[in-house]
Design a protein. Structure first.
Ligand code: NDP
Length: 343
C-alpha cells in the first residue's frame, strides 16, 4: 500500500467566482484505521454545484466547510483495510469522504455497491444524488402529465438530463435549455427532448414562446437568473415549479440585484396564475430512494434514460473542474477519477 495520500482543503472563502488560490492541495500520510474503522481509497469524486454554497459562510441548509477543512463531496471508494465486521477489503462503497485520496470511516453512511449491477461511477450520477433529485422533484412537486409542457435548463447536465427524460416517459413535452449548439444538439438528438434552446444566443424569451406554444406547465428550476425571467411570463395557470437550484446566482448571493424591484410582478403572477413554487433539497424525499433506484435502473436497462459523464483525471484536477462546472465547461455529470477503478 502506498504511504502517500493527498487532500484538497478550502484555503479561503471566495468572494464571487472561486479561484485557484481558494483551494490548497496537501500531502498527508495514509491514515491508519483504528478499531471499528475502514480505510477507503477514493476512486471517483463527484463535483456538484452545491459545493459553492459550502465554501461560503452564511445561512444555508448545511454547515460550511471550515477554512483548512477538506472540501466536502460524494465519492465511490474501495475498502483497502477493514477493522469493521460489516466491510471487507475489496468492497466498493458509496461514501461522502470528500476531496481526498484516502479517508477513514466507522462505516456509518457507507453503502456497498454491486459493480455487476451498474458501472460504479453511476452511483454519483444517474443512479445517485442527481438522478434522485430529478426523480423526486418531479414525483413530489412537478408532477408532469401527458400532453403538458415541461421546461428545464442545464438540460445536458446530471439533473436536467434526467428531468427531461423522465417527463417524456410521463408523456409530457420536454423543452431543454442549455449553453451552446453542441449541448443543444445532444439534448434533442440523443436524449430525445422535443426541443432545446441555447441560453447564450439572443432572444431567449421569444424563442421560448415559440418552443412552448401551449405555455409551460412545469418549470424545473435549476438555474434562476435570465432563464427564470424568460420563463415566468410563459407559465400557465396552475403551473408547478420545483425550485431545485439557482446556479446562475451562486457566485453572487448576498447582495440585492441592481435594477427595478420585480417582486410585486412576480407575486401577482403567483396569485393570478395560482402557481406552485416549492423549494426542495433531495434528502427531504429520502423515503423515495428505493422507488427511485427501482424505476431509474429499469429505465436505464430499457434505454429510456441515457446519461453522460464528464471526467477529469487526478485529484489535483478538481478545483479547475469545479470552477468550470459553475460556468458550464462540463458536458454531463462532472466526475474526477482520483484513482484506478478496479471493476
Ligand atoms: P450540471 O451538471 O447541470 O452542471 C451545471 C450546469 O449549469 C452547467 O453545466 C451549465 O450548463 C449550467 N449553468 C451554469 N451557469 C448558468 C447560467 N448562468 N444560466 C444557465 N445555465 C447555467 O449540474 P447538476 O445537474 O449537478 O445541478 C443542476 C442544478 O441542480 C444546480 O443548480 C444544483 O445546485 C441543483 N441541485 C439541487 C439539488 C437539491 O437537492 N435541491 C441536488 C442536486 C443538484 P449550460 O452550459 O447548459 O449552461
Amino acid at each position: 500500500m502506498s504511504s502517500k495520500a493527498q487532500r484538497i482543503v478550502l484555503a479561503a472563502r471566495p468572494a464571487g467566482e472561486p479561484k485557484t488560490s481558494d483551494f490548497r492541495l496537501e500531502d498527508m500520510a495514509v491514515p491508519i484505521p483504528g478499531e471499528g474503522q475502514v480505510l477507503l481509497r477514493t476512486i471517483w469524486l463527484s463535483l456538484d454545484p452545491y459545493m459553492r454554497g459550502r465554501m461560503s459562510e452564511g445561512p444555508s441548509y448545511a454547515e460550511p466547510v471550515p477554512i483548512d477543512g477538506v472540501m466536502e463531496g460524494g465519492t465511490v471508494a474501495e475498502v483497502i483495510a477493514s477493522n469493521n465486521a460489516h466491510f471487507s477489503k475489496g468492497d466498493i462503497v458509496l461514501s461522502h469522504s470528500g476531496w481526498q485520496t484516502h479517508a477513514l470511516s466507522d462505516g456509518r453512511g457507507l453503502r456497498k455497491l454491486d459493480p455487476k449491477l451498474a458501472p460504479i461511477s453511476t452511483a454519483l450520477g444517474v443512479l445517485g444524488m442527481p438522478g434522485m433529485t430529478a426523480y423526486t422533484g418531479l414525483h413530489e412537486i412537478g408532477k408532469p402529465k401527458a400532453g403538458e409542457t415541461l421546461v428545464v435548463a442545464a438540460a445536458s447536465g446530471a439533473v436536467g438530463s434526467a428531468v427531461g427524460q423522465i417527463a417524456r416517459i410521463a408523456g409530457a413535452r420536454a423543452v431543454g435549455i442549455a449553453g451552446g449548439a453542441e449541448k443543444c444538439r445532444y439534448v434533442k438528438e440523443e436524449l430525445g427532448f422535443d426541443e432545446c434552446l441555447d441560453h447564450r444566443a439572443p432572444d431567449l424569451a421569444a424563442r421560448l414562446k415559440e418552443a412552448c406554444p401551449k405555455g409551460i406547465d412545469v418549470y424545473f428550476e435549476n438555474v434562476g437568473g435570465k432563464v427564470w425571467e424568460a420563463v415566468v411570463p410563459r407559465l400557465n395557470n396552475f403551473a408547478r415549479v420545483p425550485v431545485c437550484g439557482l446556479i446562475a446566482d451562486y457566485n453572487s448571493f448576498g447582495g440585492d440585484a441592481p435594477g427595478p424591484n420585480r417582486m410585486p410582478a412576480l407575486m401577482r403572477a403567483i396569485l393570478v396564475k395560482r402557481l406552485t413554487l416549492r423549494g426542495f433539497i433531495v434528502r427531504d424525499f429520502a423515503a423515495l430512494h428505493d422507488a427511485f433506484l427501482r424505476d431509474m435502473a429499469k429505465w436505464l436497462r430499457e434505454g429510456k434514460v441515457k446519461h453522460r459523464e464528464f471526467v477529469t483525471e487526478g485529484l489535483a484536477s478538481a478545483p479547475e473542474a469545479f470552477m468550470g462546472l459553475l460556468k458550464g465547461a462540463n458536458f454531463g455529470k462532472q466526475l474526477v477519477r482520483v484513482g484506478p477503478d478496479p471493476t
